[in-house]
Design a binder for this molecule. Sequence first.
Ligand code: SAH
Ligand code: SF4
Ligand code: F3S
Length: 429
Amino acid sequence: MKRYYIETFGCQMNVHDSEKMAGVLRSEGYAEAENAKDADVIIFNTCSIRQKAEQKFFSELGRIKSLKKRRPDLKIAVAGCIAQQEGGKIIERAPHVDYVIGPQNINVLKDIITSKSDSIFTDDNPFITEIELPVDRRDNVRAWVNIMYGCNNFCSYCIVPYTRGRERSRASQSIINEIKDLAEKGYKEVTLLGQNVNSYKSNVDFPGLLKEINKIEGIKRIRFVTSHPKDLSDKLIYAIRDMERVCEHIHLPLQSGSSKILASMNRKYTYKDYLKKVEKLRREIPEIAITSDIIAGFSQETDEDHNYTISALKNIEFDGIFAFKFSPRPGTKASNIDGQLPDGIKSDRLSEILELQSKITERKNKELKGKLLEILIEGEDEKNTGRLTGRTRTNKIVNITSKNNIKPGDIVTVKIINARRHSLEGEIV
Ligand code: SAH
Ligand code: SF4
Ligand code: F3S
């Protein structure tokens, strides 16, 4: 039996694309290999969001060169965002690569493995929303579902509009059919995927889509990523408030607390606009968890701008953030902005941001001690066998000490007995 090995870098979009590529390979009779050494097909599903991600991939790619030398039949494919961005240059740099497949073209995988074909697939694909591929999902309780592809926002630092192409929404009926099928298979939670879900548009808008999904029997929790603050509408806020299956969590990337920097990032909102949305979210949905992304050390960011970000973090008190040093990406506007900062300053600012947020997250978690919360059980706690792990509706991880007869997919009420920075500990009541 032939085997495949997929190594995935990057965001949930890529994780889900890898599930689709695995689905295609399985339907062609391939089994998953334990590691790259045993595989007949190796796929790297790559990410180019920051330079670090890119370097990591190229070093991995170098490492398997000797495999190809020993076994010339081995097929090596590079998929994902670096594939789209670099195209044929990847093969020039690494001739042991056979195929380069951009994120809009993963449907070609089947043809590649069944017949000899071209090697570079990076065309724009307007029909991406109509492609239905078999999916080999990694989880039995929670599932990713694409609702849109691409991005039109062109935030000045971001490579995604260049790698994922134009924004395109999938037909609501295909989305609903997929989720009904998931419900029948026993899935309890879906996470809707798009770079900016709030600009979803088909015969319905995003709140309209949520309304349809909220009716699907068996699905207990609906999540979505990501919301762009400029498009977060009152209608969506009311949808989260009123639809019982839509979870009380929103990932709303702020990026910077300085309106000057936000303008230079082309984010199309000011700090004040952002704050107003946060206030409205908390007024309408008091228990909502809000998480965010921050970029440290954007070009021309002064100490004052950085301090605005620090004040924003203190003021808003996010439940959690992802923070990154600004990484200039080739081809983006921001890579040409003067006044790039030395790495040392970026690192210092990033550390300050992470340390501050870490304290805030811990404090917010501690406030949950003694509270009764609804948990969806996801599986065994990997670090401590015998314990189970799940999440609150607000997306906080809870490890459970007492087990009884509960199993993944169950929804239970737990009392929070301990709180740490990254997780909570609960007891079934
Ligand atoms: N579409 C989503 C996610 C984009 S990528 C959104 O708009 O939020 C996830 C995060 O990576 C971004 O929110 C941003 O904080 C970060 N990021 C993107 N490009 C970056 C770059 N060039 N340097 C550093 N961080 C970057
Ligand atoms: Fe990138 Fe901005 Fe699009 Fe998000 S909204 S993917 S940050 S361009
Ligand atoms: Fe995702 Fe990385 Fe591409 S974050 S969209 S895989 S550049």
